[in-house]
Design a protein around this ligand. Structure first.
Ligand code: HAM
Length: 432
């Protein structure tokens, strides 16, 4: 029988065993972000609905169909954040960060919420790691972002990823592109799905983002001439920028391919857009994506300030690693303290002392030594510290290697040092 209470649809509990995998991925990411000189920003998990409508776009799926929207008891119209960039830019304007430094490199990590039909790799609560450079319009900023984006994946063990890039121009060039796309699709307009027909009216670029197979076939059909390309209608500045980005990627030997159909699902993008996919995930294949958003801060009432950033879906990253059978470190327990009846109090004191430096567990139920040794064996700890009666009287302690089985005795005064040496030696052997 199903339990009476279950986690809401589209959400998950991460149990011990999984949380270690998450911590491993988060720690790796923190390391990379810090080495790139980015600083963490934390913004609220809910914001005014208006903030997301204004930035992600009234007609975007995220705002139209996926937002967890609610009224609080003060009748405020709020939403759980579906993404992080809007909140970061709101905070940037609210705290006048632009006045403190010209360029800000920021990162964030945390849960986002989108009401979609749950499926493989798609959750209603999911976790993103994101980064933003605010204050630079230079192509070098886009290139740094893409390099950071890929270096995060590399730190998680992904090799040879190819990043898909495109330019979505400016709102003006997008209008020109929308007209070209409408004209190109006009002869087959009636064959498009109702959804795509509506997109063609309201936000034509979004037609390229369709997942409907019949629509995709019409987009692939070149009998009416090739699909118009965004980069063919770019204004001069956007073209120069685009070329600067491509040159920068080439200079860093970053594997990339130009995807003329790449449009992104949120409305705030200008110029560069990029994504990384892993086909093993099926329909929800995007591991992460981002791009430039030069109009967003101004739209929030700030002074005109360019920005570029990305976010990566951590749930999907870990799903891919799991499917590939790639091991990530398990729990990090180091020591299990085992006591006799007569040394129990001593053992509890010692455990507390050792916990200042090591990951340590001990029995709290006064169980027999055999049960304690069994628990030590199952615990995943590398070493057992055994407080035997006679040894304790002589001022010694036994250390047992729970992997190899060897056991020896050390003077109590040397215990911490001996544990350090053995754990270090084990770490070195493990990392070889
Ligand atoms: P996004 O492409 O909407 O961009 O989301 C980024 C990533 O979040 C996706 O590639 C995917 O891995 C993950 N993701 C999105 N929805 C779900 C879901 N329902 N379940 C699991 N994972 C999901 C943004 O959010 C932008 N804020 C990125 C950005 C930052 N652009 C500029 N700066």
């Amino acid at each position: 029988m199903a339990p009476k209470h279950q986690a809401p649809r589209g959400t998950r509990d991460l149990l011990p065993g999984e949380t270690e995998r998450w911590q491993w991925a988060e720690d790796k990411a923190r390391g990379v972000l810090e080495r790139y000189g980015y600083r963490e920003i934390r913004t609220p998990m809910f914001e005014d609905v208006e903030l997301f409508a204004r930035t992600s776009g009234e007609s975007s799926d995220v705002v139209q169909k996926e937002m967890y929207r609610f009224k609080d008891l003060g009748d405020r119209d709020l939403a759980l954040r579906p993404e992080g960039t809007a909140g970061v830019c709101r905070a940037y304007v609210e705290h006048g960060l632009g006045g403190r430094a010209r360029i800000h490199r920021l990162w964030y990590m945390g849960p986002m919420f989108r009401y979609g039909r749950p499926q493989k790799g798609r959750f209603r609560q999911f976790s993103q790691i994101g980064a933003e450079i605010i204050g630079s319009a230079a192509p070098g900023a886009d290139v740094e972002m893409i390099a950071l984006f890929l270096d995060l994946f590399e730190a998680w063990g992904f090799r040879d990823l190819t990043v898909a890039v495109n330019s979505v121009g400016t709102p003006e060039s997008r209008r020109a592109y929308g007209d070209a796309l409408r004209a190109w699709l006009a002869p087959v307009r009636d064959k498009l799905s109702a959804d795509s027909q509506q997109r063609l009216e309201v936000n034509p670029l979004r037609v390229l983002d369709t997942k409907i197979e019949d629509d995709l076939a019409l987009l692939r059909d070149t009998s009416r001439g090739p699909l118009p390309r965004m980069i063919d209608v770019l204004d001069d500045d956007s073209r120069t920028h685009w070329e600067g980005v491509l040159d920068g990627l080439a200079a860093l030997n970053i594997r990339h391919e130009v995807d003329h159909g790449l449009v992104r699902g949120l409305d705030y993008y200008t110029r560069t857009a990029f994504e990384v996919h892993d086909r093993s995930l099926g329909a929800q294949s995007a591991l992460g994506g981002g791009g430039r958003y030069d109009g967003l801060i101004e739209a929030l009432g700030g002074s005109s300030t360019p920005g570029v950033g990305f976010s990566i879906g951590l749930d999907r990253v870990l799903l891919v690693k799991e499917e590939r059978g790639e091991a990530v470190p398990d729990r990090a327990l180091e020591i299990y303290v085992v006591a006799m009846d007569s040394t129990r109090t001593d053992a509890i004191r010692l455990t507390r002392e050792l916990r200042r430096e090591f990951a340590v567990e001990c029995d709290v139920e006064g169980r027999a030594i055999k049960a304690q040794l069994q628990a030590a064996g199952k615990s995943g700890a590398r070493l057992a510290v055994i407080l035997g009666e006679d040894e304790t009287k002589q001022g010694n302690v036994a250390i047992k290697d729970l992997e190899g089985g060897a056991q020896d005795s050390v003077p109590r005064a040397r215990l911490v040092e001996a544990l350090r040496e053995r754990l270090d030696a084990g770490r070195k052997a493990g990392s070889r």
